[in-house]
Design a protein. Structure first.
Length: 436
């Protein structure tokens, strides 16, 4: 991929220069697919099938402003990219398109230069940092985690259980994960609602994003300052500060923010997408009539078929190479097509069958940058508790609108519902100390 000239910094540019991913190696124009538009919300599975049919397992795409990249659609190709951090690096400074990226690029939050969090460190320093984070998360007591998650679920459900109807996204799934995470990370409980509001604004995007980022940064900085002074019990923040592995306090701050944001948004969408599946798919109807046996199966199905993570930016080729019959040049960006790879017909030959306990999906990543295993366990406990407590309390939940009326947030990156309106028989609140 040849960098564009500095004069091509116009964010509205749509025609990438020859040699970029939007052109075939043989010089014939290959129509690049804009990574935007309503089809990523309304029919992503069909869109990815069409892209695979027209372009193969690695497709040329354009990002905001006509910036070219490759989208890795194939399961095997994605396994190769995520499994080889030497050839396909996480170092965004390698990108050969920086001269074409405007200063006010809308995707700067996703693809920035010299980003300080664990997500962008490389080599041995990344492995040291990942071990530090994993150790801090692994020390979380799973029984304490489950207990607090149950308490919070009851608190949130008490807020609407007498009404007979609610929106499960805004009043339950979206505020739930970040408040549980806030407790185990070390934030004061009274800060939970504010963190939930900021996380919701970041997930939705728009004009409130900057204020939400600032709030989260200031809250996390204040938390670490208090922990450094010796305030509070042992928690994730305290453990990170006690074992920095040579990283600075600023590094720890950015890592904690990254953990909070990724853990919250993706877990909230996992809860929402799983509830949608259980409310709209006859295979899971028995769960809603009182059983729990298929909650885990529904959650697993979502990670294959309706994963909260659609696409991830990204990896950068460290040298010229080949991938999926495409010629990839040094510095080219490769986007990880998580949803597309999960549904690759070469590995999902019976795509309509229940996935059961098969966890070979890419929804938590793969390779060196895979979501730390303790973080996956924490997310699963939070999501499963949220769903099980809700079904225990309101066993006759019913979707209040036609399934086809449900809409998704407008993003090619994450896949989450905007609303999930339900009706149910009004139920009594649970007073503190009563249990369920």
């Amino acid at each position: 991929m040849t960098p564009a000239e500095p004069t091509a910094r116009n964010a509205g540019a749509t025609a990438p220069p020859p040699g970029c991913p939007a052109h075939r190696a043989d010089g014939d124009a290959d129509t690049a697919v804009p990574l935007s538009g309503p089809r990523f919300q309304t029919e992503p599975a069909r869109l990815y099938r069409e892209m695979r049919r027209d372009h193969g397992s690695v497709a040329p795409v354009t990002l905001d402003g006509g910036i070219p990249a490759w989208l890795v659609l194939g399961y095997r190709e994605l396994h190769q990219v995520t499994g080889d951090p030497v050839l396909f690096s996480r170092d965004s400074d390698l990108w050969n398109q920086w001269n074409s990226v405007p200063e006010d690029w809308p995707l700067a939050r996703l693809v920035g230069r010299r980003q300080p969090s664990i997500l962008y460190t490389t080599g041995e320093r990344h492995r040291e940092r990942a071990t530090m984070v994993s150790d801090a998360l692994e020390a979380v007591d799973p029984f304490m985690l489950r207990h607090f998650a149950e308490q919070l679920a009851d608190e949130l459900i008490d807020g609407f259980c007498t009404e007979g109807a609610t929106d499960l996204i805004s009043r339950y799934a979206m505020p739930f994960p970040v408040r549980v995470l806030a407790r185990i990370y070390g934030f004061p409980d009274d800060q939970g609602p504010g963190l939930a509001a900021a996380a919701t604004d970041l997930a939705r995007g728009g004009e409130r994003v900057e204020a939400a980022q600032r709030y989260l940064f200031e809250a996390t900085a204040s938390l670490l300052a208090g922990k450094k002074a010796g305030a509070g019990p042992s928690d994730v923040a305290s453990r990170l500060l006690r074992n920095t592995a040579g990283f600075t306090e600023e590094d720890v701050l950015h890592d904690l923010m990254a953990l909070a944001l990724a853990g919250h948004t993706l877990t909230a969408d996992w809860i929402g997408n799983s509830l949608r599946l259980m409310l709209t798919d006859d295979r899971f109807a028995t769960t809603l009539s009182g059983g729990r046996h298929s909650v885990a199966e529904a959650m697993n199905e979502v990670l294959w078929e309706d994963t909260p993570v659609q696409n991830v930016a990204g990896r950068w080729a460290t040298r010229d190479t080949s991938l999926g019959d495409r010629h990839i040049k040094a510095g080219d960006m490769l986007l990880l097509g998580i949803a597309a790879a999960n549904n690759d017909p070469q590995v999902r030959t019976h795509g309509s069958a229940l996935t059961g306990g098969n966890n070979a999906y890419f929804s938590f990543g793969h390779g060196e940058y895979r979501c730390p295993f303790p973080a996956q366990e924490i997310a699963e406990v939070i999501a499963r508790t949220a769903i099980e407590v809700l079904l225990d309390r309101l066993p006759d939940l019913d979707l209040a609108v036609p399934a086809e009326a449900l809409t998704r947030r407008p993003s090619p990156w994450a896949r989450g519902l905007t609303t999930l309106p339900v009706s149910f028989t009004p139920a009594p609140t649970v007073r503190p100390g009563d249990g369920r």
